[in-house]
Design a protein around this ligand. Structure first.
Ligand SMILES: [Zn+2]
Length: 462
């Protein structure tokens, strides 16, 4: 079976770090806060920034492992899920097969999520307490008691290259401050139990998961959680930013990412969980994130939506407008879908055949692979700000008034003036954050900052 890929010779790294017994990091390029890394893992190098396709049940739905490994996807890593694999088949079966790589015929890297996210996605079927989480299997009625120890035992049996701590996950839009506080501290206690239970640290790298809700104030929950995690740095080859991508306001989302990236050690990888919108990747990479995962590109493909380099980034191919559209799906894309099928054929296949969703899954992952490769090339060339501006300009069709305020503010936090090449009115004052209030002179508490003004529309010709 062919799994090899001819790759151009890599440039020499300008820094290297040992993150743990089974993970080293080479810095291949930096541009502002954006990083291009090679993570050296047991099943080959992982080039960042990277989007990890989700293969929940030891398969990326609709694709063979050969398609995942071959260009243009050329995936270095895929993600699988401990809760789902622990339910079917089970940890012992995968261990007996020689681990997940042999079980699913995938010789490259795998990351397993711990099952924590299912506390949110399967909340109605789960009961959470200090010991762990009890899931009820909706099909069999059986209960799985997923404790930190059992999650690690399963992940040790599954044998992924990167494994995740079990954390106490709360939806970012939950309203109970007490629940956020409980989950923040409990996640740290569960991390200690995960570290103690991990029996294969020489082969599998355990990542801690930062929690703490949306509060990034000094002494707030994210701050407290970050300090606790950093106290355990010697046991953690890498870190994940958790508790986001749950429907929170984008203005909060990027500030949490910014907070975490500016405090995490620079010599460890940073993984932003559950994030897969292209615009989010471009912004969060500017802030210093290295790794992403999300079901979005593959799931939206199964619903008939293609990800393209067009304003808005999407094409809904089931629409009647494509019935007689004989153009390629995307010019310049060299995936099998774009090389061999036109939009009219895909329109029909998506309505009647399994091949339609398969082809579109292949294309959407090719799109994500191309996006992250281009991001990496820009970082290595030291030109990420130009890439950022160019992406945003194309994504919003050159209409400055369409660019959300949070994108411009996140860019500014990363040192990127998003409108620099967009004409004469680049980075006008309305895009900047309001100045902090002047300190109250009388020794009393400073008045609360006024709410930021609503995004001001700027005419393109302003
Ligand atoms: Zn394509």
């Amino acid at each position: 079976m062919f799994f090899g890929t001819k790759r151009p010779p890599a440039p020499l790294p300008f820094a290297s770090h040992v993150c743990g017994p089974a993970l080293s990091l080479l810095v291949m390029g930096k541009s502002g806060r954006a990083r291009a890394l090679d993570l050296l893992l047991p099943h080959g190098p992982l080039r960042t920034p990277v989007f990890m396709p989700v293969g929940t049940q030891a398969t990326v739905k609709g694709l063979t492992t050969l398609e995942l490994a071959a260009p243009p996807l050329d995936c270095d890593i895929i993600l699988a899920n401990t809760y789902h694999l622990g339910s079917r088949p089970d940890g012992r079966t995968i261990a007996t097969a020689g681990g997940i790589h042999k079980f699913m015929s995938w010789p490259r890297n795998v990351l397993t999520d711990s099952g924590g996210f299912q506390m949110v996605s399967l909340l109605k079927l789960a009961e959470i307490n200090e010991e762990g989480v009890a899931f009820q299997n909706p099909n069999t009625g059986e209960t799985m008691n997923l404790t930190p120890e059992y999650s690690i035992q399963l992940q040790n049996q599954i044998g992924a290259d990167i494994i995740m701590q079990l954390d106490d996950v709360v939806s970012s839009t939950a309203v109970s401050a007490a629940r956020f506080e409980e989950a923040c501290h409990r996640s740290v206690r569960w991390l200690d139990r995960c570290i103690a239970a991990h029996t294969r640290s020489d082969e599998q790298s355990l990542f801690g998961i930062l929690q703490g809700g949306l509060d990034v104030s000094p002494g707030g929950l994210r701050d407290v959680n970050m300090r606790s995690m950093l106290e355990r740095d010697k046991d953690l080859p890498g870190y994940a930013i958790g508790g986001l991508a749950g429907g929170e306001e984008k203005d909060m989302f990027w500030r949490v990412v910014d907070f975490c990236c500016s405090r995490l050690p620079s010599h460890k990888p940073r993984y932003l969980m559950g994030v897969g919108y292209p615009l989010d990747l471009v912004v969060c990479t500017a802030l210093g994130v290295d790794m992403y995962d999300c079901v979005y590109p593959t799931r939206t493909a199964r619903f008939g939506t293609a990800m393209l380099d067009v304003p808005g980034g999407l094409l809904k191919l089931k629409a009647a407008a494509f019935k007689e559209d004989r153009r390629r799906l995307e010019e310049g894309c060299d995936c099998d879908c774009c090389r061999n099928y036109d939009r009219a054929h895909l329109h029909m296949l998506l309505k009647t055949e399994v091949l339609g969703p398969q082809l579109l899954t292949l294309h959407n992952l090719a799109y994500m692979a191309r996006l992250t490769r281009n991001m990496r090339a820009a970082i290595v060339a030291g030109e990420y700000p130009a890439f950022f501006r160019n992406f945003v300009e194309r994504f919003f069709g050159g209409k400055r008034e369409e660019v959300p305020r949070w994108v411009a503010e996140a860019a500014a936090a990363a040192g990127i003036a998003v409108f620099d090449t967009w004409g004469t009115g680049a980075m006008d004052a309305p895009w900047r954050s309001p100045p902090p209030p002047a300190s109250a002179g009388g020794g009393g508490a400073a008045p609360p900052a006024p709410p930021p003004p609503p995004p001001k529309r700027i005419r393109p010709d302003a």
